[in-house]
Design a protein around this ligand. Structure first.
Ligand code: RAM
Length: 920
C-alpha cells in the first residue's frame, strides 16, 4: 500500500513537473545579467553589489515568483552548481532588479561567477548563462605601487595661459616565470593614459580615466591581462596626457581655475601563478620615461600635435633601448581617494563619413562632416617626411566659406600632424577631442579625398536604450539633434558643450535634462558617478557649486544649479530603481538645504539667486541675455519655488530612508514656504503670479504651490500668454523650459505643448533646424546672438522636451521605481497622427506605438515580464468598441477594465504584447 501511494506521488510529481517545464507552460528565459548595472564588470569597488536580470517570455502575464542566485569562486564550481560564495536558495519575491549580494564577505580581487534561475507563474527558467564580476583593490594597503610623474615642464613645453605639455612615455621591462594563472593590471593615469603590454594596447577605452576633482577622488581601472603577459621577458608601458589634471589654462585665472599639477600615474600589475605565488610589477622609480616623443602637446581646448618623426619604434615592447630615457621620479599622490571606476569608460562609439570637401584657397580645404559632433577626425595621408598637416575645427562657417571661430572664444582647436613619410599614415589625436561639424585642412600633401577621413564619435560607452519617432518629420529631426547634442556632451561627466574654452560640468543644464537623456542612454552609472563628484565638491559649510567637479570655482549659492544634486538622485531612483545615491547623499543634500535655508531664507523666502530663467528669448536678435523686465522672472521667486520643490523631494527621500522626523520637518517647511510664496507673489485680484511670465506662473502651478482653487486661473494665465503674446511660441529660458511641456500637458493642453514643439519659426527648436542646426543651440537666437556665449551644441534648452516625448507623447511613464509599474496615457493631439517609441526599462523593453487612422485608433503596446501597466485608451464614446487583437478588449484574459475616466477607458494590462484598436 505504502509502495503504491509512493509510486502515485512520484508519478504525480513527474506529471506536474512536465507541466511546469514542458509544453503546458511558456518559454521563459533570462537575459542581460547585470552587476551594479554593468555587464561583467572587473574591479568593482562595492562589496555588496546589486544584481539584476531580465525575464523574457512568449506568454503574457509572466511574473516572477521566486529566484535563486548562485555565486561561485570559479567557473567550474558555478557549472557544478556549487555556490561557495553565495547560494541565495529559493527566495520568494518578485524582485528581479537590484538584488543585493549577501553572500560571503568579498575581499579585494575576488572573482565572482554567477548565474540565476527564476520561477514564474508561467513556469521556471533554466539557469541563466554565467556572468561574472571581480573585486578591485579595496584597501589602500593593497596598493604597493608608487605614484610616478615629473612635476616640471620640458624646454619645449610651455606652462602658460595656453599650456603646451608633451605627453610622457613610461616603460618597464620585467621577467615572468612559467605557470601563469592570471594577470591583472590596475591603473590610475592622470589626466589621461594609454596602457600597453608587450606592444599591445590594453582595452579599447579612450580619454581614460573619468575626470574628477583629483584632490578628492581618482578612479582606477582594472584589466584582465592574462592573455597579454607571457613567460619570459615582458614590457609594460604607458603614455600620460593632460586631461583635466594638468589644466588647459594654467596660470590664467588662479582664483577661478583649479590646478592639480603635472601628469602622474599609479600602476600595479599582478601576476598570479598556478603554484599560488604572486608577482607584482608596480610603478616606481625603476621605470624609465621620456617626454621627447611624438605627442608634442595635448590640450583639450587647443588640440594635439603629433610629430611622427619623433616616434620611437618598439618603445612599448621588449628589447627597446631606453638607455637615453630618464629614470622615473616618485611624486606626491594627487590627494584623492583611489576608487574603482564604476561608470562606463569613454570609447569611440560611432564613425561618420564626411559629406563634402571643397577647396577654399590654394592648399586650404574645408570638409563638412554633415553633423555637428564631438570626437576627432581620423586622417589617412601619404607624403614626405616632415610634411605638416594642420586641422582646425568649427561648428559653422562664415559666409565666405571660412571657419567661424568666434564662438569658440580662445580655444585654438588645432591638431597638427607631422608625417613620418613614405607609406600611407593613419592618425587621430588621442588625448583631446573637438566639437565640430567643419574641418579646415591645410598642408595636406596632394588632394584630400573624402575616403581618407573619418569622424570618430567619442562618448561614454552607454547603450542607446530609446527609440522615438512620430509622424512629424520636424519633431523627429529635433529628436535627432537632441540625441547628437546629448551624446556629444558626455565625457566621463556631463559637460555643457564640447567645442569652446569651457566644456564644464554645469549642474543647471542637467536638472531635468538628465531625465530626458535617461530615455536615450543607459546613463545611470554616469549620473551616479556625477553625484559623487558633486558631493566631493561640497564645502565644509554645505555650499554646492554650479560646476562640479569644481574645475571652475563657482560657489555662487543659488537653488537652481546646485539643486540638480537632488533632482538627479530622484531621476536615478525613478528611472533605474537605484536607491543607493539617495542613501549615500542624503546627509550632504540635507546639509546643503540647511545651508541655503539658514543663510538665505527670510520669512520663508529664499533671497538668493544667480542665473534667473537663464537664456530666455531676448528682445533683440544680437542679445545673449534679455534686459527686458517683462521677459525675466524674479530670481527670488525662482529660488523659493525651487526650494519648495526640492524640499518635497527631500521629504520623499527622508521617508524612503526611514527618517520620519526629517520628513515631517520638510513637510512643515514646504507648507510655510508655499503660504509665504502665494502671499508675496500671487495677485489676489487677477490670480497672476508676479509679473505674469510663463515661468512665474508655471513653477508654483507645477510644483503644487498654487492653491487648488486657483489652479485653473493660473493655468489660464499660461495659456493666454502663450497664445496671445507669444503666438504659440516658447518664451521661457533654461528654468521654465524644464517644466513647460509636462506642465501644459498635465493641466490639459498637450496641443499647446505640441504646437511649441513643432514650430519652425523663431523662437523654437524647429527654428534651429531650419537654420541648418544638427544639434541644439545654447541660445534660442544662436544664429544672430553675440558669439561671446553662443555654442551650437548645448543641451540645456531642451528642458523637459525629451522626457515629454517619452512619458507623454509615447506614454511611457513609471509609477513605481524602475518601471515595475507603468501608466500609459498618451494625449490625443489633433495634428499628431503617430508615435512609435520603445525604451529599455530595467525590466526589459517597453513599446508604445500608436496611430490615429481616419476611422480608428490603434495602439501596439509591449510590457516586459514582471512588470505591468495601466493604459488609458482614448475613446470618443463610452460605448465605442475597443478590441485587442480583434477581440472585445474587456473580455480578453490578462486585460482588466478598471474604470472610465475623462473619455478614456482605463485597463490594467499584464506583461506581453497587445494590439488595441478603437473604432470611432
Ligand atoms: C554658460 C553656459 C552653461 C550654463 C552657465 C550658467 O557658461 O551656458 O551651460 O550653465 O553659463
Amino acid at each position: 500500500m505504502k509502495i503504491v501511494s509512493a509510486y502515485i506521488i512520484v508519478a504525480l510529481a513527474s506529471f506536474l513537473s512536465t507541466c511546469l517545464n514542458g509544453y503546458a507552460y511558456a518559454d521563459v528565459k533570462l537575459q542581460n545579467l547585470r552587476c551594479e548595472m554593468l555587464e561583467n564588470p572587473l574591479g568593482i569597488g562595492t562589496v555588496r553589489p546589486r544584481l539584476s536580470w531580465q525575464i523574457t517570455s512568449d506568454a503574457r502575464n509572466t511574473n516572477q515568483i521566486a529566484y535563486r542566485i548562485i555565486v561561485a569562486s570559479t567557473p567550474a564550481k558555478l557549472a557544478a552548481g556549487e555556490g561557495d560564495l553565495w547560494d541565495s536558495r529559493k527566495v520568494y519575491t518578485d524582485r528581479s532588479i537590484m538584488v543585493t549580494y549577501t553572500g560571503k564577505p568579498l575581499l579585494s580581487r575576488t572573482a565572482c561567477y554567477w548565474k540565476v534561475k527564476v520561477w514564474t507563474n508561467k513556469g521556471e527558467t533554466k539557469w541563466s548563462l554565467p556572468a561574472q564580476w571581480t573585486l578591485g583593490l579595496l584597501n589602500a594597503t593593497d596598493w604597493k605601487a608608487r605614484w610616478v610623474g615629473y612635476d616640471h615642464g620640458f624646454p619645449w613645453d610651455s606652462v602658460s595661459k595656453f599650456s603646451r605639455l608633451s605627453a610622457r612615455y613610461y616603460r618597464k621591462q620585467f621577467d615572468v616565470s612559467s605557470g601563469i594563472k592570471k594577470a591583472t593590471a590596475y591603473i590610475v593615469g592622470l589626466g589621461h593614459y594609454e596602457l600597453y603590454i608587450n606592444g599591445k594596447m590594453i582595452g579599447d577605452q579612450v580619454l581614460a580615466e573619468p575626470p574628477t576633482d583629483y584632490t578628492q577622488s581618482v578612479k582606477y581601472s582594472t584589466f584582465d591581462v592574462t592573455e597579454n603577459v607571457k613567460q619570459g621577458k615582458n614590457a609594460v608601458a604607458t603614455v600620460l596626457g593632460n586631461g583635466r589634471f594638468f589644466t588647459m589654462r594654467p596660470k590664467y585665472k588662479p582664483k577661478k581655475i583649479k590646478e592639480f599639477g603635472f601628469p602622474k600615474m599609479l600602476l600595479q600589475l599582478e601576476v598570479e601563478y598556478i603554484n599560488g605565488t604572486k608577482q607584482l610589477i608596480v610603478s616606481d622609480d625603476n621605470w624609465k620615461f621620456t617626454a621627447d616623443g611624438p605627442i608634442r602637446t595635448n590640450n583639450e581646448y587647443d588640440g594635439e600635435e603629433y610629430d611622427a618623426t619623433k616616434e620611437f619604434r618598439g618603445w612599448n615592447n621588449i628589447g627597446f633601448d631606453d638607455s637615453k630615457w630618464s629614470k622615473a621620479q616618485l611624486v606626491d599622490p594627487p590627494g584623492g581617494r583611489v576608487e574603482a571606476q564604476m561608470n562606463e569608460p569613454i570609447k569611440v562609439m560611432d564613425t561618420i563619413k564626411p559629406v563634402s570637401i571643397t577647396q577654399l584657397k590654394n592648399g586650404i580645404w574645408i570638409m563638412d562632416m554633415g553633423q555637428n559632433m564631438a570626437g576627432w577626425l581620423q586622417m589617412r595621408v601619404k607624403g614626405n617626411r616632415e610634411d605638416k598637416v594642420t586641422l582646425r575645427y568649427a561648428e559653422t562657417l562664415q559666409p565666405n566659406g571660412e571657419l567661424y571661430l568666434a564662438n569658440l572664444r580662445d580655444a585654438r582647436v588645432t591638431d597638427v600632424y607631422t608625417l613620418r613619410g613614405g607609406e600611407p599614415e593613419t592618425w587621430h589625436p588621442v588625448f583631446v577631442y573637438h566639437g565640430f561639424r567643419y574641418v579646415e585642412i591645410s598642408g595636406y600633401p596632394g588632394k584630400p579625398e573624402l575616403a581618407d577621413f573619418e569622424g570618430q564619435v567619442v562618448y561614454d560607452a552607454m547603450a542607446t536604450i530609446g527609440h522615438f519617432e512620430t509622424s512629424n518629420t520636424l519633431v523627429n529631426q529635433i529628436y535627432h539633434n537632441a540625441y547628437w547634442g546629448i551624446l556629444s556632451n558626455y565625457k566621463g561627466m556631463p559637460v555643457d558643450c564640447p567645442q569652446r574654452n569651457e566644456r564644464m560640468p554645469w549642474l543647471g543644464d542637467r536638472a531635468v535634462g538628465s531625465l530626458g537623456e535617461s530615455f536615450l542612454f543607459a546613463n545611470g552609472n554616469l549620473y551616479a558617478k556625477w553625484l559623487d563628484d558633486i558631493a566631493d565638491s561640497q564645502k565644509p559649510d554645505g555650499a554646492i557649486p554650479d560646476v562640479a567637479p569644481a574645475y571652475w570655482n563657482y560657489y555662487s549659492d543659488n537653488m537652481t544649479w546646485p539643486g540638480t544634486y537632488i533632482l538627479v538622485a530622484d531621476m536615478l531612483y525613478r528611472q533605474f530603481a537605484d536607491k543607493a545615491p539617495i542613501e549615500k547623499h542624503y546627509a550632504s543634500m540635507k546639509k546643503w538645504m540647511d545651508y541655503m535655508r539658514l543663510k538665505y531664507m527670510k520669512d520663508y523666502m529664499v533671497t538668493k539667486d544667480k542665473y534667473g530663467d537663464w537664456c530666455v528669448p531676448p528682445e533683440s536678435p544680437e542679445l545673449i541675455h534679455s534686459k527686458d523686465p517683462a521677459r525675466n522672472t524674479d530670481g527670488q521667486l525662482i529660488a523659493t519655488a525651487y526650494y519648495y520643490h526640492l524640499a518635497g523631494l527631500m521629504r520623499k527621500f527622508a521617508k524612503l530612508t526611514n527618517r520620519s522626523g526629517d520628513a515631517q520637518f520638510f513637510s512643515v517647511l514646504q507648507s510655510n514656504i508655499g503660504n509665504a510664496f502665494n502671499q508675496k507673489y500671487l495677485n489676489r485680484d487677477n490670480f497672476k503670479y508676479d509679473n505674469n511670465t510663463i515661468t512665474a506662473n508655471l513653477l508654483p502651478l507645477y510644483f503644487g504651490i498654487t492653491p487648488a482653487v486657483n489652479r485653473s486661473a493660473v493655468f489660464k494665465n499660461i495659456v493666454d500668454k502663450i497664445q496671445n503674446e507669444a503666438n504659440g511660441h516658447i518664451s521661457t529660458g533654461v528654468i521654465g523650459t524644464q517644466w513647460l511641456m509636462r506642465g501644459l500637458t498635465e493641466f490639459g493642453r498637450p496641443d499647446i505643448a505640441y504646437r511649441i514643439a513643432s514650430n519652425s519659426d523663431y523662437p523654437s527648436w524647429g527654428y534651429m533646424i531650419k537654420q541648418g542646426a544638427t544639434t541644439i543651440w545654447e541660445l534660442w537666437n544662436g544664429d544672430t546672438a553675440n558669439p561671446a556665449m553662443n555654442s551650437r551644441n548645448h543641451i540645456m534648452l531642451l528642458g523637459d522636451l525629451i522626457a515629454w516625448f517619452y512619458q507623454d507623447l509615447a506614454g511611457i511613464k513609471p509609477v513605481s521605481p524602475g518601471y515595475k509599474e507603468l501608466v500609459m496615457t498618451p494625449p490625443v493631439i489633433k495634428d499628431l497622427d503617430k508615435v512609435d517609441a520603445s525604451y529599455q526599462t530595467p525590466y526589459g523593453l517597453v513599446k508604445s506605438s500608436w496611430t490615429c487612422h481616419k476611422d480608428h485608433f490603434s495602439w501596439h503596446i509591449t510590457i516586459p515580464p514582471n512588470s505591468k501597466a495601466l493604459v488609458y485608451i482614448p475613446i470618443n464614446k463610452v460605448d465605442a468598441g475597443i478590441t485587442e487583437s480583434g477581440q472585445n478588449a474587456a473580455a480578453v484574459k490578462d486585460i482588466k477594465l478598471i474604470k472610465m475616466e475623462n473619455g478614456r477607458a482605463v485597463f490594467q494590462i499584464a506583461s506581453g504584447s497587445y494590439d488595441f484598436e478603437v473604432k470611432s
